[in-house]
Design a protein around this ligand. Structure first.
Ligand SMILES: *[C@@H]1O[C@H](CO)[C@@H](O)[C@H](O)[C@H]1NC(C)=O
Ligand SMILES: *[C@@H]1O[C@H](CO)[C@@H](O)[C@H](O)[C@H]1NC(C)=O
Ligand SMILES: *[C@@H]1O[C@H](CO)[C@@H](O)[C@H](O)[C@H]1NC(C)=O
Length: 441
């Protein structure tokens, strides 16, 4: 080749490179959010070919907590004191309550989705038997729906992007079996990019820790029915399934771990629907669902508000935590028993999501609990310096009557699970929201 021509080409090439990089720089600087250049569309590449899991990785035992696990004997913690310092504005901007200004992801609907889920019961080796609905004969139509927020799209979970964001961090799910269900879903989603190792499990399998060595990411689940101290009432040494709940005493089993965490996802709710006795300052102040003439029924909403106030205030008051952790409240996820409940023949065999018109979404306890949770997040932001956000899943999950194991699980005859969510399943959407929220941090 002629040397001069090729020299000219090289010069032209560098000129173009200069022009292109200048344009890129100008676009980046003018863009209000420099990271908006990394758009959700770019995530799609990694979805098509998840890496193979390596064969020598140990399979953890397929095990889930018993249906109604006993609470650990929590030590009595001192009552929560109001923070000494007057509230001052947060150091960093608050996480948005709605994820994008123009697009409130909690408003939306489920639309048909032709793509297969990101994982299967074969490709997720940690998928618990109790959530393996396909294996127990559940028809698979329920997998082909996607949450479509009004006014925007919720990008599909990208495990590589997630792991890149949480590199070197520690994230904990704090709550009951639905917090665990979310952790199990996230574990399945992430295991498509890196195989996690189970590095800790307590005797009752209430606390569990997973580690992703290539990203030094730690994922934990910490069991608590109420966030605060709750001990089961016993009669002659036998459990009654009613609890004494100390609304103003945070459960230190999880709360003492927060200085070591970067993110906490807090959720509870369903344990408040049984008969429970409520205490403040150690005194019995009433009950929920007790139907005893001499006790005031305080209502589920009252109890849920109080325990969120206690828990979020405790986090806000954490002196050893520095700026962290970032706390996300995952809003209430309802059960869908029809014609009964757990032990009274309730079932959930519908095969498609409800349409908004088919259900009075905004009446009833689920919506009330969600509202209380959002209000408590706002109060926590005003009271302290820590950062709080929400994963607002309530409306989306109210519509997913078809996403529970129902009779498709290895349980006793005639007991249907209409509370937890199948894996894969609609609960995987919670991690789509989680990733979207972490990206905005
Ligand atoms: C996975 O689910 C399918 C049905 O979707 C079922 O036929 C199969 O047995 C399940 N496999 C495992 C390993 O659980
Ligand atoms: C309330 O009444 C029940 C019986 O209905 C009794 O067992 C309980 O001790 C009473 N509680 C109080 C605080 O008086
Ligand atoms: C759901 O179960 C009930 C009670 O067993 C039955 O009557 C009904 O036909 C079932 N519906 C569907 C869609 O399978």
């Amino acid at each position: 080749m002629d040397w001069k021509v090729s020299q000219k080409n090289i010069a032209a090439f560098f000129l173009w490179l200069l022009i292109l990089s200048t344009v890129f720089l100008v676009v980046s600087l003018l863009s209000p959010d420099p990271f908006s250049l990394i758009t959700p569309q770019n995530n799609k590449k990694s979805e098509s070919s998840p890496p193979q899991l390596s064969a020598q990785d140990e399979l953890p035992p397929l095990q889930s907590p018993p249906l109604i696990p006993l609470s650990p004997m929590a030590t009595v913690a001192p009552p929560i004191l109001a923070p000494d310092q007057p509230p001052s504005p947060p150091l960093r901007p608050p996480l948005p309550l709605a994820i994008e200004e123009e697009c409130d992801v909690h408003l939306g609907r489920w639309v048909k989705e032709p793509r297969e889920p990101s994982y299967t019961n074969e490709s997720c080796r940690t998928l618990p038997e109790l959530k393996n609905c396909g294996k127990y004969g559940k028809e698979q139509e329920y997998l082909h729906w996607r949450w479509k927020p009004d006014g925007c799209d919720l990008p599909r979970f990208d495990p590589r992007l997630f792991l890149a964001i949480v590199r070197g961090k520690k994230l904990a799910f704090v709550g009951d079996s639905l917090a665990r269900n979310h952790m199990e879903s996230l574990l399945c989603l992430l295991s498509q990019a890196e195989t996690p190792r189970n590095v800790y499990k307590d005797a009752g399998d209430q606390f569990r820790t997973w580690h992703f060595p290539h990203h030094n990411f730690t994922l934990m689940v910490m069991w608590t029915e109420f966030l605060v101290i709750g001990t089961e009432k016993t009669i002659n040494g036998k459990g009654t399934s009613a609890f004494d709940v100390h609304l103003d005493r945070v459960n230190r089993a999880w709360a003492d771990k927060i200085p070591f965490l970067d993110y906490i996802i807090v959720s509870i709710g369903n344990w408040f629907f049984r008969k429970n006795y409520m205490y403040e300052k150690g005194e019995l102040i009433g009950c929920v669902n007790c139907n005893e003439g001499n006790l005031t029924d305080l209502g589920i909403g009252f109890a849920v508000r109080r325990v969120f106030r206690t828990a979020l205030r405790f986090i806000n008051g954490c002196q050893e935590c520095g700026e962290g952790p970032i706390t996300l409240v995952r809003t209430y996820s309802p059960a869908h028993f029809e014609h009964g409940h757990w032990f009274t023949g309730g079932y959930c065999n519908r095969t498609r999501p409800l349409d908004e018109k088919e259900v009075n979404l905004f009446a009833g306890t689920a919506w009330e609990l969600r509202k209380i949770q959002l209000e408590e997040v706002v109060i926590a932001r005003e009271e302290g310096k820590k950062r709080f956000g929400v994963l607002d899943v309530t409306k989306a999950m109210m519509l997913r009557v078809d996403g529970h194991p129902g009779s498709h699980w290895p349980a006793k005859k005639n007991v249907n699970d209409c509370l937890h969510w199948c894996l894969p399943g609609p609960i995987d959407m919670w991690s789509d929201l989680l990733l979207m929220t972490l990206r905005q941090d």
